[in-house]
Design a protein around this ligand. Structure first.
Ligand code: BGC
Length: 388
């Protein structure tokens, strides 16, 4: 359904003063204050569908600062995040589609989705655990990417909106689903805090030994959804090392130093400044598509900071995970419909997916992703926004 959209609905509900999806031109920024053209984001009804007998819906979280996050229980996806830029204009920094049907069309890109059971790749679509080999569906070369052909990103999660700030999503993955052992009971809580942060808390238990690596695959453009290239954003990652990959993006098992390579983001650097340098690793990923080995950290200190060059919006990431996949949107081919009648396009958004390292189930030298009965998988990641 096409309409005056989600933003207009929010305006009508008095939740928002104005909005933006593309601030890249003067003409568009003039339009932003005109409520008749605030048609940048989808209406809530674009999210009302029945899939596998379960209802999908859009949930809106808000805080005392006027910041809002919209999440759908279809794949537990972060649909939008409206935060103020340096001038106080609200900008939607989440890039991606604006209805369940558009997400279905763009399935392989995992826009905004919760990823499970295993975020990132498992080599040769198999692993051995406690002496038993488990075969998974291959959906990326011969490998399994983001939990297989029917991962958590296409499941309808049970949703409970606890209050204005908090949405709790649950999904029970049956023993053997996508080849993984054990019934995995998963709960993910999104919480929008008053300091303009979206906190994602993951929790899972199993009844058989298994592997688990949950993450969120939001694509961000800090200048606004559809606002063009992200190559001039600055990025800082607190990582001395990264995991080099083979041609199919499976880690070799080594941890390489970032020193003297285009992977050194220890000081804030523009994303695009070294992306075309001809580095072999960048060729394999057709850009950045690599796991960074985070330096020792706690949830109190950001491990990555990104800033939009036009908006001044700063996103800080805090996590309990040991790694982060930096994906510079290399395979966005202009085929999918985004919010605000935009299209995706190469490198118009980036993802920073907090995680355990790719292919850990086959790499005993990497931190373990095993979960046993009686244990609880528990991890939190926070994306915090400000502007300067
Ligand atoms: C992967 C990319 C992939 C993208 C969308 C990222 O997490 O690392 O290789 O193209 O997700 O599927």
């Amino acid at each position: 359904m096409k309409s005056k959209t989600f933003y207009a609905a929010m305006l009508a509900a008095g939740l928002l003063s104005f909005s933006a999806c593309d601030q890249s031109t003067k003409q568009q920024s003039t339009k932003m204050t005109d409520s008749t053209t605030v048609g940048q984001l989808p209406v809530a009804s674009g999210f009302e569908k029945t899939i596998d007998g379960k209802a999908t819906k859009l949930y809106v979280l808000k805080n005392s600062k006027g910041t809002q996050a919209a999440i759908t229980n279809y794949g537990g996806r972060m649909v939008s995040m409206l935060v103020p830029d340096k001038k106080g204009t609200m900008v939607d920094v989440v890039a991606g589609p604006g209805s369940v049907s558009d997400y279905e069309d763009a399935k392989g890109n995992y826009y905004g989705a919760l990823i499970g059971r295993y975020g990132n790749r498992i080599g040769k679509a198999k692993f051995t655990l406690e002496g038993k080999e488990y075969k998974l569906p291959a959906n990326d070369h011969d490998n399994t990417l983001h939990g297989g052909k029917e991962g958590f990103d296409v499941k309808v999660w049970d949703a409970k909106q606890i209050d204005d700030h908090t949405l709790e999503l649950s999904y029970v993955s049956a023993d053997g689903e996508q080849g993984f052992p054990g019934t995995l009971k998963t709960t993910v809580t999104y919480k929008l805090t008053d300091d303009n942060a979206i906190e994602i808390a993951y929790n899972a238990t199993t009844d058989k030994a298994t592997v688990v690596n949950l993450t969120n695959h939001a694509y961000f453009n800090l200048n606004g959804c559809g606002a063009g290239s992200i190559l001039k954003h600055t990025l800082q990652i607190d990582a001395n090392g990264f995991t080099p990959v083979d041609k199919t993006l499976i880690p070799t098992g080594k941890i390489a130093t970032v020193q003297g390579t285009p992977f050194d983001f220890r000081k804030a650097t523009t994303i695009g400044s070294r992306i075309n340098e001809g580095d072999e690793q960048l060729k394999s990923g057709q850009g950045y598509d690599h796991n960074f080995v985070l330096n020792k950290h706690t949830l109190q200190t950001p491990i990555a900071t990104v800033q939009g060059d036009v908006s001044g919006i700063v996103m800080e990431i805090f996590t309990e995970e040991p790694g982060i996949q930096f994906y510079s949107g290399n395979f966005m081919k202009g085929a999918f419909k985004f919010k605000g009648d935009k299209k995706d396009d190469n490198r118009t958004a980036f993802a920073l997916e907090t995680q355990h390292y790719p292919d850990s189930p086959n790499k005993p030298e990497f931190p373990s992703t095993e979960l046993k009965p009686g244990q609880t998988y528990k991890t939190t990641t926070i994306y915090k926004f400000s502007a300067k």
